[in-house]
Design a protein around this ligand. Structure first.
Ligand code: FAD
Length: 448
């Protein structure tokens, strides 16, 4: 019998790993606990699947071991990805550097991967939940249990020479190599329920706490109840307090030493509980980590990000000159979204009905501050159900970036989001799935 590779998880990374392992000439079985593979792919890119991005830089990928993801991406780059998908029939369409299938249908990316799995003879076992992994020494004379859930004597049942035995709710599967591609905890309705972390942990791997990333942030201020539904151009800057709340008295809390975490600009969405939109998604993982470490977090929004503070001050002064006889509400009209404008006036303690010429200078300065530095206390990130990805996962210090093989269990490989790698929004998380899946599939298939 030839070499056999088992893959737990039929998502983007598991399917890619399956195709590359099969191309190395081995037989492959994918175990997927949903009724079909690739459910998450269908919801990517608002149903259009933003599958990679032209702008590839190390900073687009985050991990506790920051150089790890880039080493993997370089081995299966953007060009390799486009070539791989062209080979599967996907004509790429580029919009401002973001790549989609020309069909604009995420389902075509999934279909292309499924068809290739079929053509490669990869066996897909759906409705099949991997519960336990048993690892056996490869010794011709002595196939004994080595690691994982191993003290219960199941290894004796394994075929000679097999290294891995996976117990599922549909029976046992054996393989010479195992790729763990079970995803994270993000969007669990699509199948990634975090069970992969438990399987990795059972084999001695350390899991960096998974936290929601690419997710909305909930804020304390009541203002948001009136702001829900507004989309506006803006910049978000995120800060965390230098001291934990427990270390501070209530009075000192306001005077916290704020440490800058991250920033991004673009279309911000205000919701009735806080902030959303791509710029917020991009910085959200830093808020998740700081909140997890019991740090106060604040978001500072700039609603006129194309102007400096001085330019904004000059613009407001010019506007005031031309608006004599107008109310402050009229003054704000056409400058920003109406509801937002009213909220900013309220925060600056300016009556909307007051005549502009009667508003004292310090209130105009307060309005300037609200437009350029609208502060909110971030109380939480939305839960995993709303997150697109997770920060955290299998500690990459325990994985070889060339092959994705575990440094703890030879023959065990990892691919995709189960690892402590999260990309920014824009096709980077799928690029991570393709690159890590290809590397793990090739190495597991060739037995390197
Ligand atoms: C709404 C949404 C939109 C997104 N849009 C984009 C986008 O446009 N571009 C982009 O780059 N990224 C996007 N992402 C992120 C991207 O989809 C993921 O990073 C990527 O799909 C992860 O692939 P994966 O194979 O690691 O995990 P998954 O796709 O989650 O696959 C893991 C698979 O393992 C299965 N599984 C888990 N545990 C077990 C078990 N114990 N036994 C058997 N099977 C198991 C699951 O059912 C699942 O099918 C989006 C995510 C979401 C939620």
């Amino acid at each position: 019998m030839g070499r056999h590779v088992l893959i737990i998880g039929g998502g983007a990374s598991g399917m890619t790993a399956g195709i590359f392992a099969a191309r190395a000439g081995v037989s492959v079985t994918v175990l997927e606990h949903k009724d079909r593979v690739g459910k998450k792919l269908l919801s990517t890119g608002n149903g259009r699947c933003n599958f990679t991005n032209r702008d590839q830089r190390p900073e687009c990928y985050r991990s506790e071991q920051p150089d790890f993801p880039w080493r993997v991406i370089q081995n299966f780059s953007l060009e390799d990805t486009l070539e791989f998908f062209r080979g599967l029939g996907i004509l790429p369409k580029e919009r401002n550097g973001y790549f989609y299938p020309n069909s604009d249908q995420a389902s075509s990316v999934l279909d292309a991967l499924r068809f290739e799995l079929e053509r490669s003879g990869v066996r897909v076992e759906s409705d099949c939940h991997a519960e336990e992994i048993h690892v056996e020494e490869i010794k011709a004379s002595d196939n004994r249990v080595r690691k994982g859930h191993m003290s219960d004597g199941h290894a004796g049942e394994a075929a000679p020479g097999c290294r891995f035995l996976v117990k599922t709710d549909r029976g046992e599967f054996r393989g010479d190599a195992l790729i763990l591609a079970a995803g994270s905890k993000a969007a669990p309705a699509t199948g990634s329920d975090g069970s992969g972390y438990e399987l990795a942990r059972s084999l001695g791997h350390h899991i960096i706490t998974p936290l929601p990333a690419l997710v909305q942030l909930r804020c304390e201020e009541k203002d948001y109840r009136q702001l829900g539904g507004i989309r506006t151009e803006g910049r978000v800057k995120l800060y965390m307090a230098g001291e934990s709340p427990a270390e501070k008295s209530g009075a000192k809390r306001r005077a916290a030493n704020w440490i800058f975490l991250a920033e991004d600009a673009g279309e911000i969405q205000l919701t009735d509980y806080g902030i959303s939109g791509i710029p917020v998604f991009q910085v959200s993982r830093y808020a998740s980590v700081a909140l997890h470490n019991h740090r106060d977090v604040k978001a500072v929004l700039d609603f006129l990000p194309r102007m400096t503070e001085e330019e904004t001050e000059e613009m407001l002064a010019r506007r005031r000159k031309g608006c004599s006889g107008w109310t402050c509400e009229q003054f704000m009209t056409g400058l920003l979204n109406k509801k937002l404008g009213l909220c900013l006036l309220k925060r600056a303690r300016i009556e909307p009905g007051a005549m502009t010429e009667n508003v004292p200078e310090e209130k105009w300065m307060a309005l300037l501050r609200q437009i350029k530095s609208f502060e909110s206390r971030v109380v939480s990130a939305n839960p995993f159900e709303q997150a697109q990805v997770c920060r955290g996962g299998v500690d990459t210090r325990e994985v070889d970036p060339g092959t994705m093989e575990s440094k703890k269990v030879p023959g065990l490989y990892f691919a995709g989001e189960i690892l402590d790698v999260d990309g920014i929004c824009g096709g980077y998380n799928l690029q991570w799935a393709w690159s890590s899946g290809a590397a793990a599939g090739r190495a597991a298939g060739s037995g390197r």
